[in-house]
Structure formats: structure tokens, C-alpha cells
Design a protein around this ligand. Structure first.
Ligand SMILES: Nc1nc2c([nH]c(=O)n2[C@@H]2O[C@H](COP(=O)(O)OP(=O)(O)OP(=O)(O)O)[C@@H](O)[C@H]2O)c(=O)[nH]1
Length: 141
């Protein structure tokens, strides 16, 4: 049976991302570089889960590749998710809160980094999938 509320399933893009929280309660955002879809928007560091990876292993890998920081599974607290159409596909984004890592984050892939409070995110251009996450983070942190 079909329903207007249940469209044909799209292929799911599984993405993990982190709200890295500093001692002042600020969260790290990175700016997507030129040449990529949604260039210039501010997003949580992270990326696609690769074949055979757990979400936590994918996030640990992405944080190291993108920012040069090292964390571990026990420092990743599942916090929220986003579910959003993304072109022909459907994005499922798992957001973790992380308060403990080693190293100083540097923008290895991003154009820039910014530490912001959740309430400040409303004024930034972020991907549509991230917008419901702002209020959730604001309530959580
Ligand atoms: N990391 C991250 N990705 C997000 C967020 N919000 C959001 O819609 N996305 C989308 O989730 C996907 C993340 O995968 P990605 O970072 O590996 O993709 P990419 O296009 O940057 O790089 P790539 O395809 O060259 O690996 C992208 O389509 C990105 O636009 C977010 O807050 N953080």
C-alpha cells in the first residue's frame, strides 16, 4: 500500500557528525570549502560512514582527517539525529556530543573554523538538515 506520507524509499546516506564542546560550552563549526555542494555553509565536522565502519569509528576517523584531533569511542555521546531529503538521496545524520579529545583543531579541509554557542547558530547559514539540531543542542548543552 502506498501513502502520500510514505514516498518511495531513497538510498540512505549515512553521515556522522560531532558537536565538539569546549570548556565554555561553545561548539565547533567548520565552513564547507568552495567547489563542494553547499559551499560556504557552516556544518558540524564529520562525514560519510564507509563500508564496514561503525558510526563511532567513522567519526573518530573524520575528526582526525578534518581537524587533526584524536578522540575515542567512550568520549562520543549519541545526542540527536537528522533525517532529510538530499537531492536524489536521503540523509540520515547522527550527531554525537564530544567534550574530550587531544590536539588542537585546525581546518585541514574546511575554509574556516568557528566556536559558537548553540543560540548563535540560528544566525549562521547551515545545511537544512542541521537546523532542527540547533534547538536540540541548545537544550542539551
Ligand atoms: N559533516 C557534515 N555533513 C553534513 C552536515 N549537514 C549535512 O547536511 N551534511 C551533509 O552530509 C554529507 C557529509 O558527507 P561528506 O562530508 O563526506 O561529504 P562531502 O560532500 O563534504 O565530501 P566528499 O563527498 O568529497 O567526501 C554531505 O552531503 C553534507 O552536505 C553536517 O553538519 N556535517
Amino acid at each position: 500500500m502506498t501513502s502520500p506520507d510514505l514516498p518511495a524509499p531513497a538510498s540512505i546516506l549515512h553521515v556522522v557528525a560531532a558537536a565538539l564542546v569546549d570548556a565554555d560550552g561553545r561548539v565547533l563549526l567548520q565552513q564547507r570549502p568552495e567547489g563542494k555542494p553547499m559551499a560556504g555553509l557552516w556544518e558540524f565536522p564529520g562525514g560519510k560512514i564507509e563500508q564496514g565502519e561503525t558510526p563511532e569509528a567513522a567519526l573518530i576517523r573524520e575528526l582526525h582527517e578534518e581537524l587533526g584531533i584524536v578522540t575515542q569511542g567512550s568520549c562520543l555521546a549519541p545526542a540527536a539525529f537528522a533525517s532529510e531529503t538530499l537531492g536524489e538521496r536521503h540523509l540520515l545524520l547522527l550527531l554525537y556530543v564530544c567534550r574530550k579529545w587531544t590536539g588542537i583543531a585546525e581546518p585541514r579541509h574546511a575554509t574556516a573554523l568557528r566556536w559558537v554557542r548553540p543560540a548563535q547558530m540560528y544566525a549562521l547559514d547551515m545545511p537544512p538538515a542541521d537546523l532542527p539540531l540547533i534547538g536540540l543542542l541548545d537544550a542539551l548543552l
